[in-house]
Design a protein around this ligand. Structure first.
Ligand code: NAD
Length: 284
């Protein structure tokens, strides 16, 4: 039987995309965040994104944002997650936040529910350790923007069971996605490489070796990448980049992961990239 009711925790950049993708593929979604203001913004953003999708995919049947939004319950009350068959967690990349979120989820959600952590770098085994259901915890590292990216880096924690891996694959298939399964390690495959690349690109900018657009142009025109590292950083969110590289630094105790001072300064100044309107580039 298909998974029908899915809890999505965190309604930021990723939670919005996950909730939209789930609702567009016919699921009932319970989207939880900490304030009504954030949830209202999430609603607006999802509506805008669906209209945008319709604009670009002229060949596909256009969806009515209202119909999609009707499948999402926007709430600050975790108690609604007691009916969630599967939970995808997308809260801030900070261990103190995720630690508290998982303890709460563990007491409220049905014992059979799988918890999928959409984290950039925090080890899945560490997340599982604060629950009483380690075999049912898995990593699902979605790519941004979620509705447009078909591949998900999926992470097997130390205790993740085969049954949970199968359930996660089924969940992803229902969302129209495939996965690449990897073993647990801070940053997994993608972000152990990507976060270092982005951090080094920021050092290049700080050292005035090249402008932001020239750094990005080298990756696009010389290597054929669709986006350069600094554009990618703006898309992800500079706060999330900083938190992720801090997780890598603490996890490996290796100085190669020390965050670039310019990255710290930009985050202190509120320059988070696309989501704040200004990062390495300006967004209107
Ligand atoms: P974000 O800062 O845009 O959103 C995080 C959301 O979590 C915020 O809306 C915040 O209010 C909410 N939150 C904080 N504490 C909460 C709590 N106790 N309960 C419920 N909600 C809470 O961050 P994001 O970019 O959406 O990232 C979310 C997660 O996804 C992070 O772990 C990040 O590393 C990971 N991730 C991000 C990207 C990306 O491109 N941005 C890609 C893959 C994975």
């Amino acid at each position: 039987m298909n998974i029908q009711t899915v809890g999505v925790v965190g309604a930021g950049v990723m939670g919005i995309g996950v909730a939209q993708n789930l609702a567009q593929t016919g699921h009932q979604v319970i989207l939880v965040d900490i304030s009504d203001k954030i949830l209202e913004q999430a609603k607006q953003e999802i509506s805008k994104n669906i209209r945008f999708q319709g604009f670009f995919n002229k060949s596909e049947k256009t969806e009515n944002p209202k119909e999609v939004l009707q499948r999402i319950k926007f709430t600050t009350n975790y108690q609604f997650l007691e009916s969630a068959e599967f939970v995808i967690e997308n809260t801030t990349e900070k261990w103190n936040i995720k630690n508290q979120v998982y303890s709460q989820l563990d007491t409220i959600c049905p014992k059979e529910s799988v918890f999928a952590a959409n984290t950039s770098a925090i080890p899945i085994t560490r997340i599982a350790s604060v629950t009483q259901r380690a075999p049912k915890v898995i990593g699902m590292h979605f790519m941004n923007p979620v509705p447009m990216k078909s591949m998900v880096e999926t992470i097997r924690g130390y205790h993740t069971s085969e049954e949970t891996i199968e359930t996660a694959k089924k969940m992803l298939a229902q969302m129209g996605k495939e996965c690449i399964l990897v073993n647990d390690s801070p940053g997994f495959v993608s972000n152990r490489v990507l976060m270092l690349t982005i951090n080094e690109a920021i050092f290049l900018l700080q050292d005035q070796v090249a402008s932001a657009s020239d750094v990005d142009r080298i990756f696009k025109t010389c290597f054929g990448h669709k986006m350069g590292p600094l554009e990618t950083a703006d898309l992800i969110g500079l706060d999330t980049i900083l938190f992720s590289i801090e997780v890598l630094y603490e996890s490996f105790n290796d100085s190669k992961y020390r965050p670039c001072p310019l990255l710290k300064k930009m985050v202190d100044a509120g320059l988070y990239g696309r989501k704040s309107g200004q990062g390495f580039y300006a967004y209107t």
